[in-house]
Design a protein around this ligand. Structure first.
Ligand SMILES: Nc1ncnc2c1ncn2[C@@H]1O[C@H](COP(=O)(O)OP(=O)(O)OP(=O)(O)O)[C@@H](O)[C@H]1O
Length: 483
């Protein structure tokens, strides 16, 4: 007859000196646990077991609120829509992971340089906000892991999913901080998320040939750091952009649309396009490059405007080359009714003349100012400011006129350091001679950049530039990229 398990278990205790006795105890204990587990599985229904386990876990976990604790559940969806606060909190929490956390998720995305860390929900994340202690915990189907049987696991997962419908986060804090958490902490989490997103976003440039806007990544390498501009002018521009961003409430208060217009003017190759790219990167705004030659009517212009998004820069380059909109005196010609009908050219091809007018552009500007979205920057560029209709340039339409001109000494330094990679940005012995020549010769940054690229050896590149400037000084020609 078999010795009862309990007897075997207790008798083994009397001989616990040898290894075989330890083995016997272990075998008896395992068998006992197996029987106990089977008995529990048979006698206690699954729902009740899950409930007891979750309660025990809850009791022994770090997260064990007292009666004064407020717990907010932030679920992944709200009425079937993605819950913005859930997404914000998921991005925010990794910024709070300290080096003391023992259990973390780790990963790397191909598009990302850095290794990424995220909290895995096994530990509570403790945050502090203005002296308030806040605890974050993931609400998920962690109980599922307590079942070895895959069928039970799947059943339990379905059950929990039905209950919670989705993943969620739980935020808990002392009740006395309720107002501060609701009115300040949660908006703070949202704002951190917005900043993280803005930093990660790939800026887009939208252009229009025919039909709707076409988007591609904004790959222009220029930034305010790389731009060779007089440092005072650079500061004025950056301050103006900062002021514009800060003043949302003021614009609202005075009843002015939150928009700003810049006119960039100067010879070709002085950095107008580069400045636009630098502004877009600084503001983290997309760019809409409105090619007026692709617009055939005022209504098309309005449609194009409606399809632009908030927080964007709308650019109309070389406004002086768009002959139709140069001066209102020519406008009647384009409003002539006969000209609106298709005509046949010499080859017999039907051509639709442009119906796009100066008044259309002015309406566009005014429409843009008075309606259609917020946080817009409009930039016109021109090589000839004097050729543009003054109505387009009046304050309120173009708030700031920025003159980009030939390269002078201070801006030259930025260009030289960027292109020649001079160690520690030291003063090169040839700088003085070049800067003296730049005071006399009118040469664009684009031309100088071209000379700086001709050799990797700074001495050779700078000598080449000196020779070019000396020759130009003698001939007194104005050098631009176009010539
Ligand atoms: N101020 C500048 N700082 C740094 N690089 C510049 C600057 N101006 C021009 N460049 C260089 O010259 C190239 C042409 O400049 P950019 O297209 O910005 O000039 P632009 O004034 O817009 O010319 P265009 O009127 O012909 O469009 C740039 O890609 C850049 O390499």
């Amino acid at each position: 007859m078999k010795t009862p398990i309990v007897n075997r278990f207790s008798s083994s205790f009397t001989n616990i000196g040898s290894a075989s006795s330890w083995f016997e105890i272990y075998a008896a204990f395992s068998t006992f646990m197996m029987l106990l587990r089977t008995a529990i599985n048979d006698l206690i229904p699954l729902g009740l077991r899950t409930f007891i386990i979750s309660k025990l876990k809850y009791f022994f976990s770090d997260y064990h609120p007292n009666n004064n604790t407020v717990s907010l559940q932030i679920h992944q969806f709200w009425d079937g829509n993605a819950n913005h606060l859930f997404n914000a909190a998921k991005e925010y929490l990794p910024t709070k992971i300290s080096h003391t956390y023992k259990s973390l998720k780790v990963g790397k995305l191909s598009k990302n340089k850095n290794i990424l860390f995220a909290f895995d929900g096994k530990q509570v994340v403790v945050d502090e906000f203005e002296g308030i202690k806040l605890k974050w915990k993931i609400i998920e189907d962690s109980e599922v892991d307590d079942f070895d049987n895959p069928k039970e696991k799947a059943f339990n997962r379905r059950r929990l999913k039905r209950y919670y419908e989705e993943d969620g986060l739980m935020l808990s804090f002392d009740e006395k901080h309720r107002d501060k958490v609701m009115n300040e902490y949660i908006p703070y989490v949202l704002s951190v998320y917005e900043n993280i997103k803005a930093g990660q976003r790939t800026l887009k440039i939208h252009s229009m040939q025919t039909g709707p806007w076409q988007s591609s990544d904004l790959t222009h390498p220029a930034s305010f750091e790389s731009l060779a501009l007089d440092p005072d002018l650079k500061k004025v521009i950056i301050d103006d952009l900062d002021r514009f961003l800060r003043r949302k409430e003021l614009y609202k208060k005075v009843g002015k649309p939150w928009k700003r217009g810049y006119l960039l003017y100067g010879p070709p190759g002085t950095g107008k396009s580069s400045l636009i790219a630098a502004m877009a990167k600084y503001l983290k705004f997309d760019v809409y490059d409105l090619e007026l030659s692709a617009i055939y009517s005022n209504s098309e212009l309005m449609r194009a405007m409606r399809e632009t998004s908030n927080s964007s820069i709308i650019v109309i380059e070389d406004i002086d080359c768009n002959t139709e909109v140069l001066h209102r005196s020519k406008q009647d010609k384009f409003l002539d009714k006969d000209q609106l009908d298709p005509v046949l050219d010499l080859k017999g091809t039907k051509k639709v003349p442009k119906r796009f007018t100066m008044s259309g552009l002015l309406n566009y500007m005014d429409g843009l100012w008075s309606s259609y979205g917020d946080e817009r920057i409009v930039i016109f560029t021109t090589n000839h400011r004097d050729k543009i209709d003054p109505a387009l340039l009046r304050p309120g339409r173009m708030d700031m006129h920025i003159h980009l001109s030939f390269l002078k000494a201070k801006a030259f330094r930025t260009l030289a350091y960027n292109y020649l990679d001079i160690e520690g940005n030291h003063h090169h012995p040839l700088f003085d001679q070049i800067e003296e020549l730049l005071e006399k010769v009118e040469v664009t940054p684009a031309v100088v950049a071209e000379y700086l690229l001709r050799s990797e050896d700074p001495d050779v590149a700078l000598q080449g530039l000196i020779q070019f400037l000396q020759e130009t000084d003698v001939s007194k020609e104005i050098m631009t990229v176009a010539t």
